[in-house]
Every structure is written in structure tokens, then in C-alpha cells.
Ligand binder design. Structure first.
Ligand SMILES: [Zn+2]
Length: 486
């Protein structure tokens, strides 16, 4: 469609022009378009929500190790663009609050979530279920581990004690920034409407390819994907887009160099904010644990990254064009732990063999487990897994899962929970490692259990993992809907 104002004005100046304009209108009608002058009048929206948005730069001020790839061997060298933390504070028509914090980081630990939760409960009266944190999983953000590795002097990335202290300083500074950011978002709250729509983007591809008897990280065009791009839009009474929260299920792994960068999600947010001056764009990572952006890496990786960002931003624009579903509220949220069992851990004898391993990570992992055994007399057999559910009345349900969630979870939940739009996010609140489905666990490979060697956790989950998580999601949804009287 031609939309350039000057071009249309130019065409209007002559008879041929009038014919062309008429022809274009006919074409619009035949193509199913809705020229606004011919559309049915819609009732004026009621601005009975209040929403505030805030954004802060969280790029480290000094070089730091970059998180996500074990193969990196030196700290960061500059940046492509700034990493950001953003907060969206929402008050529903009944006065219930929800704050969504998004971060251009690889992950956050449960400790970071708990500290922020304590601060915002104390400072702003926000209940725990009203705080959702999501990370984009960019692999060009700083390492900020707070795990047993550093406690036992045995770090995942082989960091020096000085590097570990730098990570701690960064984590402490981030904490302060986030508390202030939430405060700013609350202060910014003004009347708004909320609505939901969605579109699709196609650059995520399943990355679990069967190679002989194993599963390796390679593009698998036949594997499951979730190309949905859910979009929550916030409009002010002046008709301006004030904020847009959007999601996608894909790893932030287009790039693997040594510069700070938000990967495709960082570019998508940048594109949207420059197309909508004054609006804050917030990215929410979906269940992309087994999804990679393709093409990726190599000498053209930055170009690919910008293109993926543009593709995602275009999908968001497409969703903004579509008729959106207004959200009426109320917000009803719940956050609870479900206990996940690990498979039986290796015994002491096996661990003692593994500390002689040639594989550095296997050696460090075995040592961490032996240290744990020494210190506590046992190796943890369960994990307290966080599940969060947020209902926006009967117009939208948001499920926030922790960890690197594989795509089977969002596909299964979307098949089971029909009747209203469902948004399933991974990488929420506690990014401890991968959350495999039963299928992925049985198949094995990196997301099935192989990646546990990069965490302080003992090893793969037990086969009950998927049912426990799905069961908890259903339980929490039933709980919030009962409280809505639905
Ligand atoms: Zn990952």
C-alpha cells in the first residue's frame, strides 16, 4: 500500500490522480483493508488503568567477563550498544499492582530476585506475586553469578578472585538500580489502556539435531518451534503508544564476540523505541531453551543480529496493526515453588574419578559436588522451582516459568489452556539452568542434562519434571481464577 502523504496529495491534483485514488480505495476494500474513514465507529476507550514505564542503562562501567559461552578467554572489549533494565508498573482499575522488570542480561539468580522482592515489598508495598523479572538471555552481557561455585572458590568460568569481586560489585550496583527503576516506574504512572495482540517471526529454529545416537546443537528445521510474538500495548489518552511489552522464544546467541550487546532482542527494542519516540519497548524471553537464531555467528554475525532484531520489531509492528483485545482486568497473580527431583547424583567414587577428568568443566563440577558433600553431608536431591501466573481478567493469561525452558512447555500449555490468549515466558525470576521436557530429558543432549555440568546442580532432572511444572501451572491458574470468582 502507498501511504506516503505527499505522493497521495500529488496524485489528487489531476483527473488521473483521482482515478488512481479511487482505484486504490477499491483495492483496499477488495484486499480486506479498513480505511479509517470507512470503518465503523468504535466506542471511546476508558483509561481506567494506570501505567508507568522506566528504563536505565546497566552496561558495566569497566571490562567484565561476558556470560554464556564457556569458550571465552578474556573480558569484554567495549560495546555495540547499552544494555538496559526496564520496568513497567501497572495498576488495574481495582488498584492492584503488577511490576514487570526486563533485563538485557544472560540470567539472574534466585538470590537477586529475592533481594529485589524484599526491597519492593518494603519500599512500595508490592506483594511478591506482583513482581515478575525476565531476562533476555543475551550472551553479550556480564557474568554475575552468585552460586556455590564462587562460595567454594571454584568458579564456572575460571574467574580470578578479583573477577569474582567485580561480579559481586556489579550485582550489588544492579540491585540498587533496579529498586530505583521500579520507583521511577511507579512515579510515572498515568491513565492508560492495555490491550493484547500477537504476530509471528520466523528466525528462531530448533537447535537439537539428532546426530547418530546423540543430540547436538545444530539447526534442525524439522524440530518444534514457537514463532508467536505476543504483544501487550499501553496507550495514553493522547493516543500515543507509551509502552510495548513483547516476547519471543529464542536464545540470544546470534553473537559470540567480546562486546556488550543485547543481541537481537536489544536491536528489536532499539528499533521500536526509535520508531515510537517516547515509548518504552520491553522484551520478554519465551520458552527458547532449545531455539537458536539462524543464521548466526561468523564474520557477518552483527549484520544477522540487526536483521533478526528488525524482523522481530516488524512482527511487533504487525501486531500493533492488528485489532487488539482490550484488557479489562482485574489482575490476579500467584507465585509459588514446586519441588523438582533430580535423578540420583553420582556417588563419591564416581566424583573422585571425575576430578581427574581432562574436561575442565567436568572436573570443576565434580569438585563442587564433592565440596558440597563434604560441607553438608549430602548432595541436593531437589530444586525449588518458581512458577508465576498472572491473569488479566479473562482477556490474557501470562505464565512465567523459571530457567531455560524448552519450547515443548509453551506448545503444551497453549494446547491445554485454550479459550483466552496465553503468553508463556521462560527465563523468569531464577535462571538456574535448563528445564527440559520429558521428551528432551529422555533424548538427552545439552538441554536434556549435558549442560548441568556448567551449573552447581548435581545432574539431570528426574522424569517427573515436566508433569510437576505443568501441574503447578494448572494449579495456580485454578487458584487465581477461583479468586476472580470465574
Ligand atoms: Zn542458554
Amino acid at each position: 500500500m502507498m501511504t506516503d502523504h505527499q505522493t497521495i496529495d500529488g496524485l489528487r491534483s489531476g483527473r488521473l490522480g483521482r482515478r488512481l485514488v479511487f482505484g486504490m480505495l477499491v483495492a483496499v476494500l477488495l484486499c480486506g483493508g479498513h480505511p479509517t474513514t470507512l470503518g465503523a465507529a468504535t466506542p471511546a476507550p476508558e483509561y481506567d488503568w494506570k501505567v508507568g514505564a522506566a528504563s536505565a542503562v546497566i552496561t558495566p562501567s569497566e571490562p567484565m567477563w561476558l556470560a554464556g559461552y564457556a569458550a571465552r578467554n578474556k573480558p569484554s572489549e567495549g560495546k555495540i550498544h547499552d544494555l538496559r533494565a526496564k520496568a513497567l508498573a501497572i495498576e488495574d482499575p481495582q488498584g492492584t499492582h503488577l511490576v514487570i522488570v526486563t533485563l538485557d542480561l544472560l540470567g539472574i539468580s534466585r538470590a537477586v530476585r529475592d533481594r529485589l522482592e524484599t526491597e519492593v515489598t518494603r519500599g512500595y508495598g508490592l506483594p511478591p506475586e506482583g513482581l515478575l523479572i525476565n531476562v533476555s538471555h543475551t550472551h553479550c552481557g556480564p557474568v554475575m553469578r552468585e552460586t556455590r561455585y564462587s562460595v567454594y572458590g571454584n568458579t564456572l568460568y575460571g574467574l580470578s578472585p578479583e573477577d569474582v569481586k567485580r561480579c559481586q560489585r556489579y550485582a550489588d550496583g544492579l540491585q540498587e538500580t533496579l529498586v530505583q527503576l521500579v520507583g521511577q516506574a511507579f512515579k510515572d504512572m498515568t491513565p492508560a489502556t492495555l490491550s493484547y495482540s500477537h504476530a509471528r517471526a520466523g528466525f528462531a529454529m530448533n537447535r537439537r539435531a539428532r546426530v547418530e545416537d546423540d543430540y547436538q546443537i545444530q539447526p534442525n528445521p524439522d524440530g518444534p518451534v514457537d514463532h508467536d510474538v505476543p504483544v501487550l500495548r499501553v496507550d495514553g489518552p493522547d493516543g500515543e503508544l507509551r509502552a510495548v511489552l513483547f516476547g519471543y522464544a529464542c536464545h540470544g546467541t546470534t553473537l559470540n564476540f567480546y562486546k556488550f550487546c543485547g543481541d537481537y532482542a536489544g536491536f528489536a527494542q532499539e528499533v521500536l523505541e526509535s520508531s515510537h519516540p517516547g515509548a518504552v519497548a520491553l522484551f520478554v524471553a519465551g520458552c527458547g531453551g532449545d531455539q537458536n537464531p539462524y543464521p548466526r555467528r561468523g564474520p557477518r554475525s552483527l549484520e544477522y543480529c540487526g536483521e533478526h532484531g528488525r524482523a522481530l520489531a516488524n512482527a511487533v509492528e504487525a501486531a500493533l496493526t492488528a485489532r487488539a483485545r482490550p484488557l479489562a482486568g482485574p489482575i490476579r497473580a500467584a507465585i509459588e515453588e514446586v519441588t523438582l527431583d533430580f535423578a540420583a547424583p553420582p556417588d563419591r567414587q564416581t566424583l573422585e574419578q571425575q576430578i581427574e577428568s581432562k574436561n575442565t568443566y567436568e572436573r570443576r563440577h565434580a569438585q563442587a559436588l564433592l565440596d558440597e558433600l563434604e560441607e553438608t553431608g549430602r548432595i541436593a536431591s531437589t530444586y525449588p522451582y518458581l512458577v508465576q501466573v498472572i491473569d488479566f481478567g479473562d482477556d490474557l493469561t501470562f505464565v512465567g516459568l523459571s530457567g531455560e525452558v524448552v519450547v515443548d512447555y509453551s506448545l503444551r500449555l497453549k494446547a491445554e489452556l485454550t479459550g483466552r490468549p496465553l503468553w508463556v515466558a521462560g527465563y523468569c525470576n531464577d535462571v538456574f539452568g535448563y528445564l527440559p521436557s520429558r521428551r528432551v530429558l529422555q533424548e538427552g543432549g545439552y538441554e536434556g542434562g549435558g549442560a548441568m555440568v556448567y551449573t552447581p546442580l548435581p545432574g539431570p532432572f528426574a522424569p517427573s519434571v515436566e508433569q510437576r511444572v505443568i501441574g503447578k501451572v494448572h494449579e495456580l491458574i485454578d487458584k487465581v481464577r477461583v479468586s476472580e470468582g470465574q
